[in-house]
Write a protein that binds this ligand. Structure first.
Ligand SMILES: Cc1cc2nc3c(=O)[nH]c(=O)nc-3n(C[C@H](O)[C@H](O)[C@H](O)COP(=O)(O)OP(=O)(O)OC[C@H]3O[C@@H](n4cnc5c(N)ncnc54)[C@H](O)[C@@H]3O)c2cc1C
Length: 380
């Protein structure tokens, strides 16, 4: 099949050359497409829709399946009034996207606070402006929001990109091709293989969580006398997540691990024990693994990762370690120096990067605005 210029089938008023092609329909790509649409700029968003993992030992292990987006398995938490306002504004423009206030409960306080009952420890963070985007609700809402904004969708994986006459040529796994004059890589961990010349600091980790049953299933389990039933009934951490709150460690280990990841000679992992509601279920996580030669197509052994995660959860509350699961893992993009890649690729006309965010749910809405404005200026 010959190449089609993105937007040819449904050209924008300004012509197909002005249609921006975005690879990756996770948080970054989707919010960028919406930000472009609000400026009247046409875009084609290429990549699988956000999927919710099904049951099984590892959502990523199935051969031939596209990797799950980090967005789909995220706690989606965000800190601060500015970040909350940005999501409220997005919802005002595009309809409900899953944003909601969520009380934060931190664990790991030093004595005497850390010795108090968990309910009293929660008072320390009760006044914080903390909220979350329920990523199950977000995944369900995005297709309609994108369609209503006029964003064209191509639910295909991109196998490779190449610069050529007239723009960037995208080869699709389905066999077709797309031609893009302006191409944005927002493919998360997939951006690395699509553009090997990328800055070295754009990396990814493997993150894993247990997906706990929701209210009704848990109530049924409570009657069965399973180990999980005790956890559900008694663990105050689980009770907090069940009520819509987020549990996180006072001191995150992941940022430090990411910061030293480009100097690592072998894989390292940490567990930042935490819980978050996720649709009608609960996520219990999270283990993060980084290393010098990770491959997004080769997830780490899920059984080993799950065992390490359970050990980490046991340190918070042994009852959580007994939660049945399933275990799921995804590749999560990050920038090792904490600076996301937002803007044009140096020396590559027409190629733009949008990836590697820290605290993505807090920062991506504003960064999408910034990049959309830059793209608008570039298009004159
Ligand atoms: C357990 C967990 C908890 C987290 N908690 C938080 C939190 O509380 N707050 C927070 O801010 N962040 C959190 N994060 C991180 C956050 O979820 C991610 O940083 C963010 O979702 C990344 O979004 P993205 O769009 O850049 O990447 P992704 O969500 O990974 O999206 C990339 C998309 O590109 C697609 N793609 C890849 N390759 C190709 C290709 N070749 N062709 C077409 N499409 C392709 C993928 O299928 C995917 O849909 C958490 C992550 C995890 C895993």
């Amino acid at each position: 099949m010959g190449p089609t210029t993105a937007g040819e089938a449904e050209p924008s008023a300004a012509g197909p050359d002005r249609r921006i092609v975005i690879v990756g329909a996770g948080l970054a790509g989707s919010l960028l497409a919406l930000a472009l649409a609000r400026r009247g700029l046409a875009s084609t968003l290429v990549g699988p829709a956000l999927g919710v993992p099904g049951p099984g030992p590892s959502a990523n292990a199935a051969e031939g399946q596209p990797a799950l987006a980090a967005t789909a398995l995220s706690y989606g938490s965000l800190l601060g009034r500015a970040a909350a306002r940005a999501w409220q504004e997005l919802e005002r423009q595009h309809g409900p996207l899953g944003w909601q206030p969520a009380p934060l409960l931190l664990h790991g306080w030093p004595a005497p606070l850390g010795l108090l009952p968990v309910s009293l420890q929660g008072l320390a963070t009760a006044a914080l402006a903390f909220s979350r985007v329920d990523t199950v609700a977000l995944a369900a809402a995005l297709p309609a929001a994108l369609a209503a904004a006029g964003v064209e969708r191509q639910e295909a994986m991109v196998v490779r990109i190449a610069a050529g006459a007239g723009g960037w040529r995208l080869s699709l796994a389905s066999g077709g091709e797309l031609l893009a004059v302006q191409l944005v890589l927002a493919a998360g961990a997939g951006s690395r293989s699509l553009w090997p010349e990328r800055p070295e600091r754009l990396r990814f980790s493997w993150a894993g969580v247990l997906v706990g049953a929701g209210d009704r299933t848990a109530a049924a389990a409570a009657g069965s006398g399973s180990p999980a039933s005790g956890a559900w009934g008694v663990s105050p951490w689980l009770r907090h997540a069940r009520r819509g709150g987020i549990v996180q460690p006072l001191g995150w280990q992941r940022p430090a691990l990411e910061a030293r990841s480009d100097r690592l000679e072998r894989e390292e992992w940490i567990v930042d024990a935490g819980l978050a509601p996720w649709g009608s279920r609960v996520l219990l996580g999270q283990i993060s693994l980084v290393g010098p030669d990770l491959d997004p197509q080769c997830p780490p052994d899920p059984a080993g990762m799950e065992q390490r995660l359970r050990q980490g959860l046991a340190a918070l509350d042994p009852r959580l370690a007994a939660w049945p699961g399933p275990y799921c893992q995804v590749a999560v993009p990050y920038a090792s120096n904490g600076q996301p890649l937002v803007g044009p690729a140096v020396g590559r006309p027409g190629l733009w990067l949008f990836s590697g965010f820290r605290a993505a749910f807090s920062t991506v809405p504003a960064q999408a605005e910034r990049l959309a404005t830059e793209l608008q200026a570039a298009l004159g």
